[in-house]
Design a protein. Structure first.
Length: 288
């Protein structure tokens, strides 16, 4: 079973048109045509007539929260969000990168999204496995119910069965394949530092060339920066041209954070980011 993509597309066009016409928002972040149907692209509508170019289908996988921080603070923006994307917007609000009042959540409840590279249905293996946005102002379809609910952490079973040496060998081998294209960083809604630490020359944090030690520095620092912030959209893994399973590391860190701090990233605008918040009952496990 899959969602009714056509009806979501029609609702998206209608709601986006209304928001632009009324002046409630200045832009709408959604999806537009790519070079074929399997490759739709992020799309920005600025005028009501632009909505005719919007599309929504099972390949609209990009997390559009990625683009919110590109606009000056205070810009009124409506953004089309699937479940994980919605959590990214909430996380950006928690981090005070954007204000709740400046964003209209166009929520997309959806099941059956597909990876354009493989044609496989995207499930909890690479994502948070949720179908309905946790927050929305307008819902563009019927909520999804009755689908199998699987823990997003189940996929970690084989990885967690490895001892420390095996995990080290696993990641060393994977990171040695990295060509440092930075597509993972580009796709990630939570990677908004400008400049990124790895692009700095004073101080120079790590080697920019795709070699073992520099790759390790880039990835371990990025994983650390995303601790308690990654909302498990899986876009970094899908963007990677050499298919490094980045989701395994992000999920492992997310699982540990959830166990230690009792909250998952981007689930409520009332939460504070786990690693910048201090509560006397916080676990000390992070210090081990
Ligand atoms: S690290 Fe990957 S899975 Fe996590 S928010 Fe960024 S793109 Fe999504
Ligand atoms: S997308 Fe893949 S190859 Fe490119 S920098 Fe990230 S991990 Fe390396």
């Amino acid at each position: 079973m899959t969602s009714s993509f056509k009806s979501i597309e029609e609702n998206l066009k209608a709601e986006a048109g209304k928001l632009l016409e009324s002046g409630r928002v200045e832009i709408v972040l959604a999806y537009g045509r790519g070079y074929d149907e399997n490759h739709p692209m992020p799309f920005v509508a600025k005028h009501p007539s632009d909505v005719a170019n919007m599309v929504f289908n099972e390949y609209c996988i990009h997390n559009l929260a990625r683009y919110l921080v590109r606009y000056p603070r205070g810009t009124k923006i409506a953004v089309a969000v699937k479940a994980a994307d919605c959590r990214a917007v909430i996380q950006l609000i928690q981090e005070e990168k954007i204000k709740r009042d400046d964003v209209v959540f166009l929520g997309i409840p959806v099941y059956g999204m597909k990876n354009p590279k493989t044609g496989e249905i995207i499930d909890s293996k690479t994502t948070c496995g949720m179908y309905n946005p946790v927050l929305y102002d307008v819902l563009l379809g019927e909520e999804v119910h009755g689908q199998k609910i699987v823990s997003p952490y189940d996929v970690l079973a084989d990885y967690e069965a490895m001892d420390k040496e095996a995990r080290w060998a696993f990641w060393k081998k994977e990171f040695d394949r990295c060509i440092r294209c930075y597509a993972c960083r580009k796709a990630c809604p939570m990677c908004y530092c400008d400049p990124c630490f790895i692009d700095q020359s004073k101080p120079r944090w790590g080697d920019k060339s795709p070699q073992s030690h520099g790759n390790l520095m880039y990835h371990l620092t990025r994983f650390h920066h995303l601790a308690g912030r990654c909302i498990d959209c899986g876009e970094c893994s899908r963007a990677c041209p050499v298919d490094i399973p980045l989701y395994l590391f992000h999920k492992k860190v997310a699982k540990e954070c959830e166990e230690m701090f009792g909250q998952a990233a981007g689930m409520s605008i009332d939460d504070k980011p786990a690693l910048v918040n201090f509560r006397v009952d916080d676990s000390d496990k992070i210090l081990e």
